[in-house]
Design a protein around this ligand. Sequence first.
Ligand SMILES: Nc1ncnc2c1ncn2[C@@H]1O[C@H](COP(=O)(O)OP(=O)(O)OP(=O)(O)O)[C@@H](O)[C@H]1O
Length: 331
Amino acid sequence: MRSKMNENAIEVHNLSKDYFISSRGENWRAVVKNIYKPEKTAVQAVKALNFTIKNGEKVGFIGKNGAGKTTTIKMLTGTLFPSAGTCRVNGYDPTKRINDFKKSISVVMGNRSQLFPDLTPRDYLKLLQSMYDIPEEIFQKTVNDLAQILNVTSKLDVQTRKLSLGERMKVEFLAGVATRPKILFLDEPTIGLDVLAKRDIRKFLLRLNKEEKLTVFLTSHDMEDIATICDHLIIVNSGQIMWDGPKTDLLERFNQNKYITFIKSENFIESKLGTKIIDQDDLSVTIKVPVEKVDDQIAQLARDNQGSDYQINDLKLEDIILELFAEEKEK
Ligand SMILES: Nc1ncnc2c1ncn2[C@@H]1O[C@H](COP(=O)(O)OP(=O)(O)OP(=O)(O)O)[C@@H](O)[C@H]1O
């Protein structure tokens, strides 16, 4: 049943997913035994997730490989049943897979195309138009506007198999939003794309979010994607939530420090630094220093003749997330 207006876009309560995999056995005896009585081991991919996403938020769902991101998206979009817990998406229970629910969301996966290689994008879009029963005039305007923002107008009548990866992904995006979903789920959507294609897609998402209040749920290993698009971050580790909150809160938590990167001198001695090394190679080294100590630290390094070409940088989102994972490991 549809819940009331002004609802949250996504509500997740204790959502869990276990996969069961059968082991083949270490020797032929075990293999034969397994045929008659298969032994199954459970993989806990998602462990009791709880989070809420408001309408119109742009959420970055971040985690290392195997953290449970795709599994979560599959449960939120109704392609996988949870082992425990519940979720509501646009007020619907995804497991019911009713048409109104399916029409209210779209999914774009960077590694799986939804287009038909033999059709042109325009033919595919017409198919969507009739499936979603969208009036001709509105649909044409939507497609033309969106194609222009994405710089793919000239590609709409080219057979899909002849498009480059970037052009195809742009058409996937276009098709994803041409049906006017309320939530767009994106799983690694810019994987393998060049900087220009990424820029067009980021601009496109920000515009749709602003103008249409489209809720965006994005998983990406590209921290530039996350940093430019998202305002709410959920970081997962081994199927559990490690951080859930506004991006600004996370940046603030780490903004008491700066990174200093410099070229090592011939006299460079690690033990003289007196501070944590973040990264180093044969040529350069990066250290983390509290903001108020940056000047003193550089003066000291210069006095000790430790290096040259000092550069002071803020911690980027990518660095912060790496530090969060490091903190978690130390616990
Ligand atoms: N069909 C499946 N059967 C068994 N185990 C699975 C299946 N799909 C995923 N897993 C396991 O569940 C865990 C979570 O996988 P998932 O694909 O959700 O991670 P992810 O965060 O999306 O990773 P990536 O960033 O690499 O895409 C992993 O340990 C994975 O091996």
